[in-house]
Design a protein around this ligand. Structure first.
Ligand SMILES: Cc1ncc(C[n+]2csc(CCOP(=O)(O)OP(=O)(O)O)c2C)c(N)n1
Ligand code: SF4
Ligand SMILES: [Mg+2]
Length: 316
Protein backbone atom coordinates (compact mmCIF):
# COMPACT_ATOMS: atom_id res chain seq x y z
CA UNK A 1 0.00 0.00 0.00
CA UNK A 2 1.34 3.47 -0.83
CA UNK A 3 2.35 5.65 2.07
CA UNK A 4 -0.24 8.27 1.17
CA UNK A 5 -3.01 5.73 1.32
CA UNK A 6 -1.73 4.17 4.50
CA UNK A 7 -2.09 7.57 6.18
CA UNK A 8 -5.78 7.86 5.43
CA UNK A 9 -7.66 6.91 8.60
CA UNK A 10 -10.18 4.13 8.22
CA UNK A 11 -13.63 5.70 8.08
CA UNK A 12 -15.65 3.56 10.36
CA UNK A 13 -19.32 4.33 10.88
CA UNK A 14 -19.62 6.55 13.93
CA UNK A 15 -21.35 4.98 16.85
CA UNK A 16 -22.63 7.52 19.34
CA UNK A 17 -19.85 9.55 20.87
CA UNK A 18 -17.78 6.61 21.98
CA UNK A 19 -14.69 8.32 20.57
CA UNK A 20 -14.88 10.69 23.55
CA UNK A 21 -13.93 7.89 25.95
CA UNK A 22 -10.29 8.24 26.92
CA UNK A 23 -7.88 5.34 26.66
CA UNK A 24 -7.02 3.82 30.06
CA UNK A 25 -4.36 5.86 31.79
CA UNK A 26 -5.09 9.00 29.77
CA UNK A 27 -8.23 10.14 31.59
CA UNK A 28 -8.94 13.82 31.19
CA UNK A 29 -11.32 15.88 33.20
CA UNK A 30 -14.50 16.89 31.43
CA UNK A 31 -14.84 20.52 30.38
CA UNK A 32 -16.41 22.98 32.77
CA UNK A 33 -18.97 25.56 31.71
CA UNK A 34 -16.27 28.20 32.04
CA UNK A 35 -14.15 26.35 29.52
CA UNK A 36 -17.01 25.94 27.04
CA UNK A 37 -18.61 29.38 27.20
CA UNK A 38 -17.19 31.88 24.73
CA UNK A 39 -18.44 35.39 24.04
CA UNK A 40 -21.22 36.81 26.12
CA UNK A 41 -24.44 35.97 24.23
CA UNK A 42 -25.86 39.02 22.47
CA UNK A 43 -29.48 37.87 22.55
CA UNK A 44 -32.19 40.12 24.05
CA UNK A 45 -32.75 39.60 27.79
CA UNK A 46 -35.40 36.89 28.20
CA UNK A 47 -34.88 35.30 24.76
CA UNK A 48 -35.60 31.56 24.84
CA UNK A 49 -32.31 30.85 23.06
CA UNK A 50 -30.33 31.43 26.30
CA UNK A 51 -31.88 28.33 27.78
CA UNK A 52 -30.96 26.16 24.77
CA UNK A 53 -27.35 27.36 24.96
CA UNK A 54 -27.17 26.68 28.71
CA UNK A 55 -28.46 23.15 28.12
CA UNK A 56 -25.96 22.55 25.35
CA UNK A 57 -23.23 23.49 27.85
CA UNK A 58 -24.80 21.09 30.32
CA UNK A 59 -24.82 18.32 27.72
CA UNK A 60 -21.14 18.89 26.97
CA UNK A 61 -20.33 18.84 30.68
CA UNK A 62 -22.49 15.84 31.48
CA UNK A 63 -21.27 13.71 28.59
CA UNK A 64 -17.67 14.80 29.11
CA UNK A 65 -17.24 15.92 25.52
CA UNK A 66 -13.94 17.60 24.77
CA UNK A 67 -13.39 20.38 22.31
CA UNK A 68 -12.01 18.04 19.69
CA UNK A 69 -15.07 15.76 19.85
CA UNK A 70 -17.73 18.29 19.01
CA UNK A 71 -18.50 20.85 16.41
CA UNK A 72 -21.28 23.42 16.41
CA UNK A 73 -22.63 24.63 13.07
CA UNK A 74 -25.31 27.22 12.29
CA UNK A 75 -26.70 29.32 9.46
CA UNK A 76 -27.86 32.93 9.95
CA UNK A 77 -30.39 34.33 12.40
CA UNK A 78 -30.53 35.18 16.10
CA UNK A 79 -30.56 31.48 16.99
CA UNK A 80 -27.79 30.82 14.48
CA UNK A 81 -25.42 33.02 16.47
CA UNK A 82 -25.09 29.96 18.64
CA UNK A 83 -21.55 28.88 17.61
CA UNK A 84 -20.18 32.30 18.58
CA UNK A 85 -21.07 31.56 22.16
CA UNK A 86 -19.53 28.09 22.32
CA UNK A 87 -15.81 27.77 22.97
CA UNK A 88 -15.26 24.90 20.55
CA UNK A 89 -14.93 24.23 16.85
CA UNK A 90 -17.85 25.71 15.00
CA UNK A 91 -19.03 27.72 12.06
CA UNK A 92 -21.55 30.50 11.66
CA UNK A 93 -22.24 29.76 8.03
CA UNK A 94 -24.48 31.03 5.21
CA UNK A 95 -28.23 31.55 5.72
CA UNK A 96 -29.97 28.20 5.18
CA UNK A 97 -26.75 26.36 4.32
CA UNK A 98 -25.77 24.99 7.71
CA UNK A 99 -26.86 21.45 6.87
CA UNK A 100 -24.76 20.91 3.71
CA UNK A 101 -21.74 22.30 5.54
CA UNK A 102 -22.44 20.03 8.50
CA UNK A 103 -22.88 17.09 6.11
CA UNK A 104 -19.34 17.51 4.84
CA UNK A 105 -17.99 17.48 8.37
CA UNK A 106 -20.10 14.52 9.40
CA UNK A 107 -19.02 12.40 6.42
CA UNK A 108 -15.35 13.24 6.69
CA UNK A 109 -14.95 13.24 10.48
CA UNK A 110 -16.67 10.21 12.02
CA UNK A 111 -14.77 10.83 15.24
CA UNK A 112 -16.82 13.85 16.24
CA UNK A 113 -20.47 14.60 16.77
CA UNK A 114 -21.90 17.38 14.63
CA UNK A 115 -24.50 19.64 16.24
CA UNK A 116 -26.43 22.14 14.13
CA UNK A 117 -28.51 24.94 15.65
CA UNK A 118 -30.70 27.43 13.84
CA UNK A 119 -34.05 29.07 13.40
CA UNK A 120 -37.33 28.29 11.69
CA UNK A 121 -36.54 30.62 8.79
CA UNK A 122 -33.07 29.18 8.33
CA UNK A 123 -34.40 25.62 8.45
CA UNK A 124 -37.65 25.81 6.53
CA UNK A 125 -37.52 28.88 4.27
CA UNK A 126 -34.16 29.40 2.64
CA UNK A 127 -32.83 26.08 3.93
CA UNK A 128 -35.98 24.05 3.28
CA UNK A 129 -34.51 21.96 0.49
CA UNK A 130 -31.39 21.16 2.44
CA UNK A 131 -33.50 20.05 5.36
CA UNK A 132 -35.37 17.53 3.22
CA UNK A 133 -32.25 16.14 1.58
CA UNK A 134 -30.17 15.88 4.73
CA UNK A 135 -33.04 14.03 6.39
CA UNK A 136 -33.63 11.60 3.54
CA UNK A 137 -29.90 10.82 3.30
CA UNK A 138 -29.86 10.07 7.02
CA UNK A 139 -26.61 11.92 7.64
CA UNK A 140 -25.44 11.48 11.22
CA UNK A 141 -25.85 14.76 13.08
CA UNK A 142 -28.15 16.47 15.56
CA UNK A 143 -30.19 19.39 14.27
CA UNK A 144 -31.93 21.60 16.82
CA UNK A 145 -34.32 24.12 15.30
CA UNK A 146 -35.06 26.92 17.76
CA UNK A 147 -38.54 27.68 16.52
CA UNK A 148 -39.85 31.12 17.52
CA UNK A 149 -42.45 31.38 14.71
CA UNK A 150 -40.83 34.57 13.38
CA UNK A 151 -37.73 36.01 11.73
CA UNK A 152 -36.11 37.53 14.81
CA UNK A 153 -32.79 38.84 13.52
CA UNK A 154 -34.38 40.85 10.72
CA UNK A 155 -36.99 42.25 13.10
CA UNK A 156 -40.30 40.54 12.61
CA UNK A 157 -41.13 39.06 9.23
CA UNK A 158 -43.53 36.15 8.81
CA UNK A 159 -41.68 32.84 8.98
CA UNK A 160 -42.80 29.47 7.58
CA UNK A 161 -43.99 28.46 11.05
CA UNK A 162 -45.86 31.71 11.86
CA UNK A 163 -49.52 30.90 12.49
CA UNK A 164 -52.30 32.22 10.28
CA UNK A 165 -53.20 35.78 11.20
CA UNK A 166 -49.78 36.66 12.66
CA UNK A 167 -49.17 40.35 12.06
CA UNK A 168 -45.66 41.13 10.92
CA UNK A 169 -43.75 43.55 8.73
CA UNK A 170 -44.42 41.32 5.74
CA UNK A 171 -48.07 40.62 6.65
CA UNK A 172 -49.43 43.81 8.14
CA UNK A 173 -52.98 42.51 7.99
CA UNK A 174 -52.07 39.07 9.31
CA UNK A 175 -50.37 36.03 7.75
CA UNK A 176 -52.45 34.30 5.09
CA UNK A 177 -50.10 31.44 4.22
CA UNK A 178 -50.63 28.10 5.94
CA UNK A 179 -47.70 27.36 8.25
CA UNK A 180 -45.61 24.25 7.87
CA UNK A 181 -45.57 21.71 10.66
CA UNK A 182 -41.87 20.99 11.41
CA UNK A 183 -42.61 17.59 12.93
CA UNK A 184 -44.65 16.39 9.96
CA UNK A 185 -42.06 17.80 7.61
CA UNK A 186 -39.23 15.94 9.38
CA UNK A 187 -41.08 12.62 9.48
CA UNK A 188 -42.15 12.88 5.84
CA UNK A 189 -38.63 13.84 4.74
CA UNK A 190 -37.21 10.66 6.29
CA UNK A 191 -35.56 11.92 9.49
CA UNK A 192 -34.81 8.88 11.65
CA UNK A 193 -35.17 10.68 14.99
CA UNK A 194 -37.83 13.34 15.45
CA UNK A 195 -38.48 15.02 18.81
CA UNK A 196 -40.15 18.14 20.16
CA UNK A 197 -39.36 20.18 23.23
CA UNK A 198 -39.57 23.71 24.59
CA UNK A 199 -36.91 25.95 26.07
CA UNK A 200 -39.08 26.59 29.13
CA UNK A 201 -38.66 22.96 30.23
CA UNK A 202 -34.87 22.66 30.69
CA UNK A 203 -34.82 19.07 31.95
CA UNK A 204 -36.80 17.96 28.95
CA UNK A 205 -34.53 19.81 26.50
CA UNK A 206 -31.49 18.04 27.97
CA UNK A 207 -33.13 14.61 27.79
CA UNK A 208 -34.07 15.20 24.14
CA UNK A 209 -30.58 16.45 23.25
CA UNK A 210 -28.95 13.43 24.85
CA UNK A 211 -31.28 11.01 23.08
CA UNK A 212 -30.69 12.80 19.78
CA UNK A 213 -26.93 12.70 20.23
CA UNK A 214 -27.04 8.97 20.91
CA UNK A 215 -29.02 8.29 17.75
CA UNK A 216 -26.96 6.97 14.87
CA UNK A 217 -28.53 9.02 12.08
CA UNK A 218 -30.16 12.36 11.35
CA UNK A 219 -31.74 13.50 14.60
CA UNK A 220 -34.06 16.47 14.53
CA UNK A 221 -35.43 18.42 17.49
CA UNK A 222 -37.99 21.20 17.22
CA UNK A 223 -37.39 23.34 20.29
CA UNK A 224 -39.92 26.10 20.89
CA UNK A 225 -37.89 29.16 21.88
CA UNK A 226 -39.71 32.40 22.48
CA UNK A 227 -38.69 35.63 20.76
CA UNK A 228 -39.62 38.03 23.55
CA UNK A 229 -38.99 41.00 21.28
CA UNK A 230 -41.14 40.15 18.24
CA UNK A 231 -43.46 37.32 19.32
CA UNK A 232 -43.98 37.63 23.03
CA UNK A 233 -46.15 35.00 24.63
CA UNK A 234 -46.21 32.78 21.52
CA UNK A 235 -45.73 29.62 23.57
CA UNK A 236 -47.53 30.44 26.80
CA UNK A 237 -50.04 27.70 26.05
CA UNK A 238 -47.17 25.18 26.34
CA UNK A 239 -45.84 26.61 29.60
CA UNK A 240 -47.54 25.53 32.85
CA UNK A 241 -45.99 28.56 34.60
CA UNK A 242 -48.01 30.76 32.25
CA UNK A 243 -51.22 28.77 32.62
CA UNK A 244 -50.44 26.40 29.74
CA UNK A 245 -49.98 22.64 29.56
CA UNK A 246 -46.93 20.52 28.83
CA UNK A 247 -48.23 17.27 27.41
CA UNK A 248 -45.63 14.54 27.09
CA UNK A 249 -45.89 12.00 24.30
CA UNK A 250 -48.22 9.26 25.64
CA UNK A 251 -46.34 6.40 27.31
CA UNK A 252 -47.89 3.82 24.98
CA UNK A 253 -46.83 5.66 21.80
CA UNK A 254 -44.77 3.40 19.54
CA UNK A 255 -41.87 5.57 18.31
CA UNK A 256 -41.24 3.23 15.39
CA UNK A 257 -44.77 3.77 14.06
CA UNK A 258 -44.47 6.49 11.43
CA UNK A 259 -48.21 7.00 11.05
CA UNK A 260 -48.73 7.27 14.79
CA UNK A 261 -45.93 9.87 14.91
CA UNK A 262 -47.58 11.80 12.11
CA UNK A 263 -50.85 11.75 14.02
CA UNK A 264 -49.15 13.11 17.16
CA UNK A 265 -47.63 15.87 15.05
CA UNK A 266 -51.08 16.88 13.90
CA UNK A 267 -52.38 17.66 17.41
CA UNK A 268 -53.51 21.25 17.95
CA UNK A 269 -51.07 23.59 19.66
CA UNK A 270 -49.51 23.14 22.21
CA UNK A 271 -49.44 19.51 21.04
CA UNK A 272 -47.08 16.93 22.51
CA UNK A 273 -43.47 16.95 23.67
CA UNK A 274 -40.98 14.10 23.51
CA UNK A 275 -39.74 11.62 20.93
CA UNK A 276 -42.33 11.18 18.19
CA UNK A 277 -40.35 8.95 15.85
CA UNK A 278 -37.20 6.85 15.90
CA UNK A 279 -36.02 4.39 13.34
CA UNK A 280 -32.63 2.72 13.03
CA UNK A 281 -31.67 2.49 9.40
CA UNK A 282 -28.19 2.69 7.86
CA UNK A 283 -26.74 6.18 7.60
CA UNK A 284 -25.08 7.62 4.53
CA UNK A 285 -21.98 7.76 6.72
CA UNK A 286 -22.00 3.98 7.11
CA UNK A 287 -22.77 3.33 3.44
CA UNK A 288 -19.98 5.61 2.23
CA UNK A 289 -17.56 4.08 4.70
CA UNK A 290 -18.39 0.68 3.26
CA UNK A 291 -17.81 1.85 -0.31
CA UNK A 292 -14.50 3.35 0.72
CA UNK A 293 -13.38 0.21 2.48
CA UNK A 294 -14.16 -1.74 -0.69
CA UNK A 295 -12.23 0.71 -2.86
CA UNK A 296 -9.23 0.68 -0.55
CA UNK A 297 -9.22 -3.10 -0.69
CA UNK A 298 -9.16 -2.99 -4.50
CA UNK A 299 -6.11 -0.72 -4.69
CA UNK A 300 -4.24 -2.47 -1.92
CA UNK A 301 -0.52 -2.71 -2.64
CA UNK A 302 -0.58 -0.12 -5.45
CA UNK A 303 1.44 3.08 -5.43
CA UNK A 304 -0.34 6.42 -5.81
CA UNK A 305 0.72 6.82 -9.45
CA UNK A 306 -0.52 3.31 -10.21
CA UNK A 307 -3.95 4.14 -8.80
CA UNK A 308 -4.01 7.31 -10.89
CA UNK A 309 -2.90 5.39 -13.98
CA UNK A 310 -5.67 2.86 -13.42
CA UNK A 311 -8.24 5.66 -13.24
CA UNK A 312 -6.91 7.25 -16.44
CA UNK A 313 -6.93 3.90 -18.22
CA UNK A 314 -10.55 3.39 -17.19
CA UNK A 315 -11.47 6.76 -18.70
CA UNK A 316 -9.86 6.02 -22.10
C1 LIG B 1 -29.26 34.89 1.55
C2 LIG B 1 -29.84 35.70 2.68
N1 LIG B 1 -31.11 36.09 2.61
C3 LIG B 1 -31.66 36.79 3.62
C4 LIG B 1 -30.92 37.13 4.71
C5 LIG B 1 -31.54 37.95 5.81
N2 LIG B 1 -31.87 37.14 6.96
C6 LIG B 1 -30.99 36.98 7.97
S1 LIG B 1 -31.57 36.05 9.22
C7 LIG B 1 -33.06 35.87 8.43
C8 LIG B 1 -34.19 35.09 9.04
C9 LIG B 1 -33.88 34.55 10.38
O1 LIG B 1 -35.00 33.90 10.92
P1 LIG B 1 -34.83 32.54 11.68
O2 LIG B 1 -34.05 31.57 10.90
O3 LIG B 1 -36.19 32.11 12.09
O4 LIG B 1 -33.92 32.93 12.93
P2 LIG B 1 -34.25 33.80 14.21
O5 LIG B 1 -33.57 35.11 13.98
O6 LIG B 1 -35.71 33.92 14.34
O7 LIG B 1 -33.63 33.03 15.33
C10 LIG B 1 -33.07 36.52 7.20
C11 LIG B 1 -34.21 36.55 6.28
C12 LIG B 1 -29.58 36.68 4.76
N3 LIG B 1 -28.80 36.91 5.81
N4 LIG B 1 -29.07 35.97 3.74
S1 SF4 C 1 -34.93 39.40 18.50
FE1 SF4 C 1 -36.06 37.71 19.39
S2 SF4 C 1 -34.96 35.85 18.76
FE2 SF4 C 1 -33.60 37.61 18.47
S3 SF4 C 1 -32.40 37.72 20.37
FE3 SF4 C 1 -34.15 39.10 20.58
S4 SF4 C 1 -35.70 37.86 21.60
FE4 SF4 C 1 -34.19 36.45 20.78
MG1 LIG D 1 -37.16 32.38 13.87
Amino acid sequence: MSEAIAEIPARVPPSGIAAASPAPGTERKGLTKKEIAADHPTWCPGCGDFSVLALYFKLIEKRKLWHENITTIAGIGCSSRFPYFVQAHGVHYIHGRALPFATGISLSRPDLHVFVFGGDGDAFSIGGNHFNHTARKNIKMTYVVMDNWVYGLTKKQTSPTSPLGFKSKTDQWGAVDYPINPMKQAIAAGATFVARTTSTNPNHVLVMMEAAMDHDGFSFIECLSECVEFYEGAFDAANPRKGGVFNEVPKDHDVTDELAAYKLAGADFPGYFGIFYKNNKPTKNAKEAEIQRGMMEKVKGLKDWQILQKNFDRMK
